[in-house]
Design a protein around this ligand. Structure first.
Ligand code: ATP
Length: 293
């Protein structure tokens, strides 16, 4: 028998962060062979301003696609995405570019996609800051301070092409947070790092969240990374499957009552298993129908 409890939704808080609201977000990729691949098939998700969330899920479940849509790098095929007051599904390309340069910063999977290889580490951070409107630029941290925080001071004048994989990863994070975004999105930011460097990178992301109220959403496969986030959202087959709040995991009821079971129950209760739902006081109990009854 499995207990199903209802988790209360976090209320929005007034901070410098941008809230995120996804309603029925669908995304299709058209392959070169002309087939459509459904990457997201109805994502409903709300993230309050200033929340820090780890996006989890099996390979191919749609995490990177969701992050790219939140960052305005790709446009959803259908559904609505709202960042703070901005309905980015309806914004023009120019409006979206303005929002990205002023408020949203995305670190893509693979450090090299975030960096100019022929520029030095410091120049990469400086270039990132040039995208910020001039009026806000004086409030930004100095590139040297940021590089010190990711332990790259000695590599500040080296061209990025001459850095190791782990150093490039840290340089990419420094460039991503250098603009003091209101929404920080990072796809596997710690994937090539040793434990020590991973902890530095995590500390910087959490500091940005704490100091500026930035909303932080990170895709990760690493349990050591997700354990540092107060909220986890697991994407399964292109939908929100599970949510973790302060270490407690909840199944999320999707549109039309669709429910995705946690992995251990999928093994115990294979496709075709019949399950009864019984009310019990304020909660519900799910119980497997015994065979032959
Ligand atoms: N450019 C593309 N063209 C066609 N299909 C794509 C493209 N990018 C992603 N997909 C497909 O969309 C689905 C979701 O991919 P996505 O990269 O978002 O998943 P993911 O959860 O981030 O995976 P991983 O953890 O392996 O990075 C997968 O089936 C993937 O093969």
């Amino acid at each position: 028998m499995t207990h199903v409890r209802e988790a209360s939704r976090a209320d929005a808080v007034e901070t410098g962060g941008l809230s995120v609201r996804c309603e029925g977000v669908v995304h299709l990729y058209r392959t070169v062979q002309g087939h459509d691949v459904v990457a997201l098939q109805g994502v409903d998700l709300q993230i309050s301003a200033g929340e820090r969330v780890a996006l989890l899920g099996p390979s191919g479940s749609g995490k990177s696609t969701l992050l790219a849509l939140l960052g305005g790098i790709q446009r959803a095929s259908a559904g609505r995405i709202q960042l703070g007051e901005h309905d980015i599904s309806r914004q023009s390309d120019a409006e979206l570019t303005r929002l990205r340069s002023s408020s949203v910063s995305t670190m893509l999977q693979g450090a090299d996609r975030n960096l100019l290889p022929y520029a030095t580490t410091r120049q990469n951070v400086e270039f990132a800051q040039l995208a910020v409107p001039r009026s806000r630029r004086r409030d930004l941290p100095s590139p040297d301070d940021l590089l010190a925080r990711v332990r790259l001071s000695e590599q500040a004048d080296r061209t990025v092409a001459n850095l190791s994989g782990g150093q490039r990863q840290r340089a990419a994070l420094a460039a991503t947070v250098a603009v003091h975004p209101r929404l920080l999105l990072a796809d596997e930011p710690t994937s090539q790092l040793n434990d020590d460097d991973r902890d530095q990178v995590l500390a910087l992301m959490h500091e940005v969240g704490e100091e500026l109220g930035t909303t932080v959403v990170v895709v990760t496969h690493d349990p050591a990374v997700s354990a540092t986030f107060p909220r986890t959202v697991t994407i399964k087959s292109g939908r929100v499957g599970l949510e973790g709040r302060d270490g407690v995991e909840y199944v999320v009821i999707g549109a039309d009552g669709v429910l995705q079971l946690p992995a251990h129950l999928v093994e115990q209760w294979p496709q075709g298993t019949m399950v009864r739902i019984e009310p019990e006081e304020a909660d519900l109990l799910l119980s497997r129908e015994e065979q032959g009854r």
